[in-house]
Design a protein around this ligand. Sequence first.
Ligand code: 2P0
Length: 353
Amino acid sequence: MAAKWVRMVTAQTPTNIAVIKYWGKRDETLILPINDSISVTLDPHHLCTTTTVAVSPSFDQDRMWLNGKEISLSGGRYQNCLREIRACASDVEDEEKGIKIAKKDWGSLHILIASYNNFPTAAGLASSAAGFACLVFALAKLMNLSEDHGKLSAIARQGSGSACRSLYGGFVKWNMGKNEDGTDSRAIQIVDEKHWDDLVIFIAVVSSRQKETSSTIGMHNSVETSMLLKYRAQEVVPKRILQMEEAIKNRDFPTLAHLTCADSNQFHAVCLDTYPPIFYMNDTSHRIISIVEKWNRTEGTPQVAYTFDAGPNAVLIARNRNAATLLLQRLLFYFPPGDGVDLNSFLIGDKSI
Ligand code: 2P0
């Protein structure tokens, strides 16, 4: 009879929001991007995934539940992550609980996974980034991996590209890499979460509905059909990455704001330049852009940056607490609760980086 032990690990991983966007793959299986990207990781107490992983000789297959509903693990992305993690697993010994797992046993032991997002899934708030980063991190703890975060980042990338950036706090750069096998396509930390702690990040949830075009399909179509994307990846992003890194290191808010807004706008222009065209933003998103642009022009120097991912929800980066308070007042003035506008809540990332 099999021993009745269960080894369990729980991990929590925040989502990240790109200020220089990843959009387009050069290899769809390994998930290798066509350009570098830079993101900011949110405070782990706000938008995050919590994942518990468990192993026991009594489990007869790998299974996973997402927000309480069982999902299939048969897809290539889950299989690639599980295979890569198992390949790096180490011996585990827990005398107190009578658990002894040899490295070679991990190939035959099965895993149960339960994962929860505390924010809308697949609504353009990078749920897959937090999800795969958390899965890889939790499995690495369960299997006693000795590999560094860089290796875990490269494994999480194979679950979802943006996940490779959620293994680090602060501002993070995903190097697209040059190798065909993807070993050098991983994230590195530019600065940690303490470096620029004046910033306050808001998420204005314009709609929590699931998006109509997934990022994976959207970026595939953009690579196939958008001339603007080619120009962006080759000519625009390499320069912006250097400027953004400098701005972050120098805590230069006007440059960060200018580049963040410009990059979001170019990403959505690429979506329009894609066939069939993709519309992630809606009228409310456009109104938020106008409000922020007008305010920044009136002040003479940027107070807030906006960025939109693959959905209509606005991510707003305020330069400090004062600007954050004024921003919230403005948003409540333009979108008063209950006036029928589909702007239903604000998630406030208090000291988000
Ligand atoms: C980003 N997005 O850099 C960009 C900006 C959306 C817009 O990364 O196919 O869910 O799993 O690699 O990571 C969304 O793409 O796509 C994304 P896959 P992913 O955050």
